[in-house]
Each structure stands twice: as structure tokens, then as C-alpha cells.
Design a protein around this ligand. Structure first.
Ligand code: GLN
Length: 535
């Protein structure tokens, strides 16, 4: 039990979106954690969807899944990768979820007699969700990132909730505002006006930011910082520059050099404790900056125009590259562009192939052709979720002679439903939050398998997000033909891992190993896959 109250840090954004509030929040949290504080991060998203689970990745990038089965914003992936601490349902809240709880309460009669309004009912619910993470004194510090940009209609109730909390909590709460200082090539000048306007916008809502973080691609120098400090009523040392970094993993170090952590702790009236312990983080950075060799990996998917759609996979490959002292050159290959004629050209030079997760039938034929190419040319292969299902379908059709074998998702009338709907999914009609979600146990049943040599243990827990499963009716046929299950769910007997042992490294997993890979605890499966691709 901590005696001192939980402190709250709110991160807002101004000027433009995509400035990297998530990375800033994660970097600050990392520094505070490395000084010995327990920290968690929460993201508040101002859209009406109850969660991003039903959003097309083109809209909002990857849907990240927590151990307890929440479908969340991809920023939670950054939080886990940076902090190496698990997040949960409570770490991501959307406007949809807030309204849903308020309306449910209204229907139950909890507000009987009262008019239900944005202030105080919606704002109170926002405040309650923010405070949940700090209750029971589990964390010293909660960092809350407010999605969107100050001035958006959608984020107004959040900003109002922050204003009230700041008023109630005094120096136990603090607001960091992230803005952009653009550089005008024509005049060779850095411009602070957008920042000034954005802070004014925040002031109109009644919030005086305590710290300003300015994104820039040129060094700002003391003059600009002093000017911003003067115009925006913040102390000189509370104007922090965040210069573009070659990798997101360098941002905590940049923020340390800018003394963001000490400024924040001073304002929160918390002791600095010890210097940040970042040895293992720096060791990781050294490794990614000085690789001994390079390896080309191809990621076959259908959302390749938007690389955020595969964020966790890309980051897992960076973590795995560091362990293997290799730079992973990741090429995104559009599955809709792959066919039998051009597959050799499309996958040329790839030393390892990943077939990505996904839903629906767009791009499936190309994924099947790419998987066949990997199998026939003995190129290390990792099939993730849909990728595993594709490997099963391809093997059934091509090796076992099961013509027309398919997943029920793509063809309900297939004569060989090698991937089928789970029994408990059959009556499900609602799309939101109804898949097999979150961490499940998988027992690795073969000590000679690639999976066992990667994980080096029999019991593993990995996260899931799917409706369809390997159909155990065909298990014996697969085994006889040379594709074998090596990981099984002990409670349901569902197949979690399939391998072709006669090949160098060919593994399909029904789960998503990419969600649990962090800087300090990289996914063993990605590490083994990258290693196989190198040899
Ligand atoms: N569409 C497949 C299913 O629902 C795979 C899902 C995924 O790749 N995450 O089972």
C-alpha cells in the first residue's frame, strides 16, 4: 500500500493529429517507471464505437487485444511494449462505452427524476473511468492520453472532465500538451503560432497546461522555447522539445535528455528517487542501431497501404531482430497483387514469409499462393491466425488432395471445412466483442517441435481474436500427410499450433504472438522465426 495519493498525468494534443501522443505518454511512463514508480497508461478515445473491434484497420490501424480480452486502440500495444506491464479493459475507454454505461444506468432508473446531461453525467462517468485505475492505490501514477485534438467537438466532454479533475486534485494532477512547431523551408523559420493558438484553445476550456512538448524536426534552441513559455504561461523548463527520432524506442531517451521526467515529478511534488534505470533499454537500442547483418522478411496482407494495420507484428520483428543482432527489412506485400504467375517475383529475396491475420475473403487467393510458395521452396513461414488457417487450407488442397477445402468463413458450402465455426460461435449474431478473445493456455505437446524449441516450455499463454478454428474432424488426415498439431488448448482440445516438421521452419499459430512481444520480453516465436530466416 502506498501512502501518497495516486497522481494523474493527462496528455492532450493540439495543432494536428498523429503527433505521437501515445509514444510520448509511453516514453514518460517508461522514465517514471525506471525511477521506481508503478505506472500505467490509459487511452480515452472520443469515437462512438464501444470499442475498435469492429473498425476496419484502414480507419484506425490495428486492433490490439489485451490479456483479459479487450479489443483496444493500438496505442495500448505501445504502452505494453514500452512498460512491459499488461494493460486491461480499463486502460481503453471510448465515448461509446461511456454513453453505453450512462444510458444503461438511466434505463435502470439510477437517475430517476433527473435530466441526464453531458455535464455532469457523462463527465462524471469519464472521471470515474479515469479514477478506476488509481483506486486501490495500485499505481503511483496514471498517465491518461486523451485521443483526438483539442478543439474537436468529440473531445469536449473529456477536456471538461480533465478540467474538473485538475481543479479537484490540485498538484496531484498535471496536463501535458503536445503540439507541433513547423519549419518553413522558404523562410528557414520555425513557427510557434500554431502552438500559441492551440494553447489558447485549451485555455478557453479552462485548462492551463503545465508542460508543453513541442514536436519538431529542427532543434528549437532556447529562444523559441522561451518565447513559447512566455506566450503560454508555462515555466521555461516546462517547454520540452521532441525532435523526430529514427526509432520510437529512442523517444524515452530524448525525453530524459530534455528532463521531462524531473520536470513532471517536481510539479507533482514527488521525489526523483534514483536516476532512471535504463541499462537494458539502452542495450536494446544499441542492438537495433548496430546490427551485425540484415534479413528480408515479407509480410503478406491486405491492408499494406496502411502499415499501422500490422503495428504489433512490425514491432515484434524489431524486438526479435535485436535479440538476433540483425536488422529485419520488412516488406509489406499486398496479397491481392500475388498470383501463381508472379509469386516468385513478388516474394523474391524474402528469407522469411509471414501471412497476416485478417477477416473476410478479400486477398485470400494471394495468401494461399504465397503460402504454397513458402512451403514448396522451404522458406521459413509464420502464419498468424488467419495465416495459420490459410496454411491449413493450402496444405489440404495441395498435399492432401482435398479439392475445395476451405474455411467456413470464406465458403460455407465447402466439401472439406478444415476451418470451421466453433460450436459456441454458431448462435452468435452480434459482431462486437463476441469472438474468442484474450489469453488462453496452449500446451506444447511435442518437445521436438519448432514451437517447443522457441518457447522452451510446455505451457504457454497467448492472446486470441478469431471466430473460426481448425476442424478436429480432419486431424488424423493432416497428421498422416505431414502437417501436425504441436500446440493444443488443454480445456477444449482446440488446435493452437500447426507445423510441417519436414520443413526448415513452418509454423502456423491460431493465436497472436505479436500482442505479447515487448522490448524487454520479446516474443520467443518471432525470435525463433527471425533466427530461422537468417540461417
Ligand atoms: N477471420 C479468422 C477468424 O475469425 C481469423 C481472424 C484473425 O486473423 N485474427 O477466425
Amino acid at each position: 500500500m502506498h501512502l501518497s495519493p495516486t497522481r494523474y498525468i493527462f496528455v492532450t494534443g493540439g495543432v494536428v493529429s498523429s503527433l505521437g501522443k501515445g509514444i510520448l505518454a509511453a516514453s514518460l511512463a517508461k522514465l517514471l517507471q525506471s525511477r521506481g514508480y508503478s505506472v500505467t497508461i490509459q487511452k480515452l478515445d472520443p469515437y462512438i464505437n464501444v470499442d475498435p473491434g469492429t473498425l476496419n484497420p484502414y480507419e484506425h490501424g490495428e486492433c490490439y487485444v489485451t490479456e483479459d480480452g479487450a479489443e483496444t486502440d493500438l496505442d495500448l500495444g505501445h504502452y505494453e511494449r514500452f512498460l512491459n506491464v499488461r494493460t486491461s479493459q480499463a486502460n481503453n475507454v471510448t465515448t461509446g462505452r461511456i454513453y453505453q454505461s450512462v444510458i444503461n444506468k438511466e434505463r435502470r432508473g439510477d437517475y430517476l427524476g433527473k435530466t441526464v446531461q453531458i455535464v455532469p453525467h457523462i463527465t462524471d462517468e469519464i472521471k470515474r473511468r479515469i479514477k478506476i485505475l488509481g483506486s486501490k492505490n495500485k499505481y503511483d501514477i496514471v498517465v491518461t492520453e486523451i485521443g483526438g485534438t483539442v478543439g474537436d467537438i468529440e473531445s469536449l466532454p473529456y477536456i471538461e472532465a480533465v478540467r474538473q479533475l485538475k481543479w479537484e486534485m490540485g498538484t496531484n494532477a498535471l496536463v501535458i500538451h503536445l503540439t507541433l512547431v513547423p519549419y518553413l523551408e522558404s523562410s528557414g523559420e520555425l513557427k510557434t503560432k500554431p502552438t500559441q493558438h492551440s494553447v489558447k484553445k485549451l485555455l478557453e476550456t479552462g485548462i492551463q497546461p503545465d508542460v508543453l512538448v513541442l514536436r519538431t524536426n529542427h532543434d528549437l534552441g532556447d529562444n523559441i522555447k522561451t518565447k513559447v513559455a512566455r506566450f503560454c504561461n508555462v515555466e521555461n523548463d516546462a517547454v520540452i522539445q521532441s525532435i523526430n527520432a529514427p526509432t520510437i524506442y529512442e523517444v524515452p531517451i530524448n525525453m530524459l535528455n530534455e528532463k521531462l521526467d524531473t520536470t513532471v515529478l517536481r510539479k507533482l511534488k514527488m521525489p526523483l528517487k534514483h536516476e532512471p534505470y535504463l541499462d537494458d533499454w539502452n542495450e536494446f537500442l544499441e542492438k537495433i542501431k548496430n546490427p551485425k547483418s540484415e534479413v528480408n522478411i515479407g509480410l503478406v496482407g491486405k491492408y499494406v497501404e496502411l502499415q499501422d494495420a500490422y503495428k504489433s507484428i512490425a514491432e515484434s520483428l524489431i524486438h526479435a531482430g535485436a535479440v538476433n543482432s540483425v536488422k529485419v527489412n520488412l516488406t509489406y506485400i499486398h496479397s491481392e497483387n500475388i498470383n501463381v504467375e508472379n509469386v516468385a517475383e513478388q516474394l523474391k529475396g524474402m528469407k522469411g514469409i509471414i501471412v497476416a491475420p485478417g477477416f473476410g475473403d478479400r486477398g485470400i487467393p494471394g495468401k494461399i499462393v504465397a503460402t504454397k510458395y513458402a512451403r514448396e521452396n522451404n522458406i521459413p513461414f509464420l502464419g498468424i491466425c488467419l495465416g495459420m488457417q490459410i496454411a491449413v487450407i493450402e496444405f489440404a488442397r495441395d498435399v492432401m488432395g482435398f479439392d475445395g477445402a476451405d474455411s467456413i468463413e470464406m465458403n460455407e458450402k465447402t466439401p472439406y471445412p478444415v476451418i470451421d465455426l466453433m460450436e459456441e460461435q454458431k448462435g452468435v449474431t452480434e459482431k462486437g466483442g463476441t469472438m474468442r478473445l484474450g489469453a488462453y493456455q496452449c500446451n506444447i505437446i511435442d518437445k521436438k517441435s519448432r514451437a517447443y524449441s522457441a518457447y522452451k516450455k510446455k505451457e504457454i499463454f497467448e492472446r486470441h481474436r478469431h471466430r473460426f478454428e481448425f476442424n478436429n474432424r480432419f486431424l488424423e488426415d493432416f497428421k498422416k500427410a505431414g502437417m501436425v498439431p504441436t500446440g493444443i488448448n488443454p480445456d477444449t482440445d482446440l488446435v493452437e499450433i500447426m507445423e510441417i516438421p519436414s520443413l526448415k521452419w513452418f509454423v502456423g499459430v491460431q493465436f497472436h504472438p505479436e500482442y505479447s512481444s515487448t522490448v524487454l520480453s520479446p516474443s520467443p516465436l518471432f525470435v525463433a522465426f527471425v533466427k530461422a530466416a537468417m540461417s
